[in-house]
Ligand binder design. Structure first.
Ligand code: GLU
Length: 292
């Protein structure tokens, strides 16, 4: 039997906190129990927010915590060609379109409809869906504006993408980290609208890189926080469109602060480096997170 392959995929745009430690430890525990491999991926496509210092901090904190990953880590910023190749396939298949709309124009379109008393649809994270009005721009018009140097992002025409797949998609979700049971989840990608596949500044986005990397790294088990549960719908759609293998998933509980909010990178008291500075040990961290 082939060995399961797990990954922990932090973004170096802040310090690791207890929520990251939990995710890394759940992955490590599952890899250990199944005799699987454990890979590290640095999700650093956003050059404006990711820094070498945060990246060094990730390695330092994980080593301190005692979680070991196969070396070397995959760094997304070194693999833009891989994402570009997949983006080119989506462009060739006419499943993505260039979107030139500025944030202000998008806000105005939404405000106009809401002022008319029509609620604007929201995605599972509560953000307004992108107005899909540029789906219908002619190819000549798109080429002209691109040639003129207008900034644009590539967006998925999610309705066309679903029609192309032609059937409903699902995935296998483990019910707990012991993988005692699993259930089928039905993907609902249209709930996200026309998501960004490639940003204005780089030939990729979170959604595209994550599915390409999970495939290229041979990830069989995607284990991550519950906050990404609904995004899995988009990932399943992209896997299907690009002919990529389908991993199984486990979306673990989130570590919340005293007020019941998701931990943020700015809460210094839950940062691993800050806790280390306060004299906490890796065993203390495991204890705080409920590991024995
Ligand atoms: N890089 C993402 C984050 O730090 C995680 C992506 C994933 O696990 O799919 O939230």
């Amino acid at each position: 039997m082939t060995r399961p392959v797990f990954r922990f995929a932090p973004s170096p745009n802040g310090e690791l906190h207890l929520g990251h430690a939990f995710s890394a430890l759940v992955n490590a525990g599952m890899a250990e129990r199944t005799g699987g491999r454990l890979l590290l991926r640095i999700e650093d496509i956003d050059a404006t927010r990711c820094t070498p210092d945060f990246e060094a901090g990730i390695h330092r904190d994980l080593a301190w915590l005692g979680v070991t990953f196969e070396r070397p880590a995959r760094r997304q910023s070194k693999h833009f060609d891989d994402y570009r190749a997949m983006l080119d396939r989506l462009i060739a298949d006419d499943l993505v379109y260039p979107s030139f709309l500025s944030r202000g124009a998008v806000r105005a379109a939404i405000a106009e409809q809401e002022a008319a008393g029509k609620p604007w649809p929201r995605d599972p994270d509560g953000a307004p869906l992108h107005p899909p009005m540029e789906r219908v721009l002619s190819h000549a018009e798109r080429s002209r504006r691109i040639a003129a140097g207008e900034p644009f992002a590539w967006r998925l025409d999610v309705d066309k993408a679903c029609d192309t797949v032609g059937r409903s998609l699902d995935w296998t979700e483990w019910t707990d980290e012991r993988m005692a049971a699993s259930q089928h989840e039905t993907a609902a990608p249209q709930a996200w609208g026309d998501v960004i596949i490639a940003r204005k500044d780089v030939p990729t986005s979170y959604h595209l890189s994550v599915v390409v990397d999970d495939a290229l790294q041979g990830i069989t088990h995607v284990v991550r926080g519950r906050d990404l549960f609904y995004a899995t719908s988009i990932h399943r759609l992209l896997q299907e469109l690009l002919g990529l293998p389908q991993p199984t998933y486990f979306h673990h509980r989130l570590i919340l602060d005293a007020e019941g909010r998701k931990l943020s990178k700015s809460l210094r008291d839950t940062g691993l480096a800050a806790l280390r500075g306060l004299g906490k040990t890796p065993a203390d961290i495991r204890g705080m997170l409920g590991f024995s």
